[in-house]
Design a protein around this ligand. Sequence first.
Ligand SMILES: [Mn+2]
Length: 320
Amino acid sequence: MTMHTTHAPVRPFLNWPVATNPRTQPTQVALLGLPHSEPYPGNPHPNDQARAPDAIRWQSGQFCDGQAHWDFDLGAELSSLLPAHCVDYGNMPWTHGSYDEHATQVTELLAGLWGDGAQVFILGGDHGVTIPALDALAVLQTPVHILHIDAHLDWRAEVNGVRRGYSSPLRWASEKPWISGMTQIGMRGTGSARREEFAAAQAYGSRIFTAEQVHAAGIGPVLETIPKGAAVYITVDADGLDPSGMPGVLAPSPGGLRFDQIAPLLRAVSRDCKVVGMDVVEVAPGFDASNGITCITAGRMILNVLGASWGEGGAYNLCK
Ligand SMILES: [Mn+2]
């Protein structure tokens, strides 16, 4: 088997210490870049989303002016909230060999981190990168609820014979016994889902909120579908947010969620539940505004989860 090693980032996330696979460092929070996923036949390879992990890291100084500075989203300085061991594991690209082998090694790295009790943040890549992470969640041996933010349902069993592509992560999740349920928010317009995928998601019991429903009723009804105290994995497709806030995506769709709706939701879930992991996927830096706002927003979403998870009343606070 070829070892798919991690590659050092161009610049570490928040200037955290950088580690490589295999792991040697104590880790309470891990960040990992997965630059792409299994492409559909005919897709360019690697895709533009492959550039996102380093593009997001590059904006660290914009989404956090200083970890010792007052953060108004968090009501504290980030440095006062974070645990001692926050580590950037660099990027794990699929550069050669079979995708199976690559996905297995991503799953092994993530399962090792989760097995040690770390909170894990993943920068995609397209939405297919969520799939090896879903597999790794089995190691927790506890039911995991998924909070999915996206314009699209992502419930295709396969597209052109590819089962682990960006249209399939939530269908994949539904087939795993350790995934206990899912809340999907931000849906609007059309995507890969047809009537049969929507019906399958409903039959499974997925709690689906269109973007319009969130605009009309707020995040309260969304929060009610996420079991308090549960382990939660959050997967954020950048196109779930409105393209005015996150323009750097390949499938922009009007009427999306706003940051001021998402940030309080992320903080509430991080306090009421145990957010074991989060990914931000489908950022396409080539389509970002020149000021980098898509990457900055991605960073701010992660900081809101981090701060609320490790701060006072947060689910990880006692793990410091
Ligand atoms: Mn998606």
